[in-house]
Design a protein around this ligand. Structure first.
Ligand code: SF4
Length: 254
């Protein structure tokens, strides 16, 4: 008798095998998200939007309404759907390129407006699908296709601190956290809280997830896990991030 691994009920079971590389963290994030959707009982209300980049490979994971968007535009597409039908639970899924580079203006403005959607951003410190170029989140000294001698932060900047930025510009009622695929129970908890925040109509919710890309990091299994468990948290603090309560709806935004 074969034993099937437990899959979230909100996942599709009829699709072809997924296309993520062995050791990729995306599958772990999507499993935690699927479990969160199951436990909250929102499969019929959820709308899942995914960006270009490796995150687009998530387009056929969920048995929920799904839309795949232009690069960097997942946040405004989900914002539009949510505004048209506030009963939906809008989930925007993207990588660090889609959220912090080409789509950064949308992330900033959705956070500033406190849009009642949930953004999940997978941070694996480089552009995975296009071959591993430097991203806004690349670590100082990290070698990528475009920083073959290691990223020099004096010339190219320090890693973007996305959740801290979002927490600083959004409004009271928002929920912001940074999780990691190295702690799936905690990650599922953060994702549930983000979705519950949207269900309660409180405001914007944002979860960055530290994740793995062994293909472009060129790491074996042990090195991959050491990178995500030990190296990334030196620059990216895992945990929930307090949203300053000074600004309230209706006040001037800065
Ligand atoms: Fe995952 Fe990296 Fe492969 Fe993309 S290139 S599927 S992020 S391991």
């Amino acid at each position: 008798m074969s034993v099937q691994p437990a899959m979230p009920k909100s996942w599709r079971v009829d699709t072809k095998p997924h296309k993520f590389c062995p050791g990729c963290g995306h599958g772990l994030v999507l499993k935690a998200l699927g479990q969160a959707i199951d436990e909250l009982g929102i499969q019929d209300r959820a709308v899942f939007g995914c960006d270009i980049g490796c995150s687009l490979l998530a387009w056929d994971f969920f048995n929920v309404d799904t839309i795949q968007t232009h690069h960097g535009r997942t946040t405004p597409v989900i914002t539009g759907l949510k505004r048209a039908n506030p009963n939906l639970i809008g989930i925007a899924y993207m990588g660090d390129g889609g959220g912090y580079a080409i789509g950064s203006q949308h992330l900033v403005n959705a956070a500033a407006r406190n849009e009642k959607i949930t953004v999940i951003l997978v941070n694996n410190t480089q552009y995975g699908m296009t071959g591993g170029q430097m991203a806004p989140t690349t670590l100082p000294g990290q070698k990528t296709e475009t920083t073959p001698y290691g990223r020099d932060p004096e010339k190219t900047g320090y890693p973007t601190q996305g959740p801290e930025m979002v927490a600083a510009i959004t409004r009271e009622g928002a929920y912001v956290a940074r999780g990691t695929v190295a702690n799936l129970r905690q990650l599922k908890n953060y994702l549930k809280k983000a979705l519950e925040n949207q269900m309660a109509g409180n405001g914007f919710s944002f979860v960055e997830v530290l994740s793995t890309c062994p293909t472009n990091w060129r790491t074996n299994a042990e090195e991959t896990w050491k990178m995500v468990e030990q190296e990334l948290p030196k620059y990216f603090k895992v945990g929930e991030i307090k949203v300053p309560g000074g600004q309230k709806e209706g006040e001037a935004n800065g």
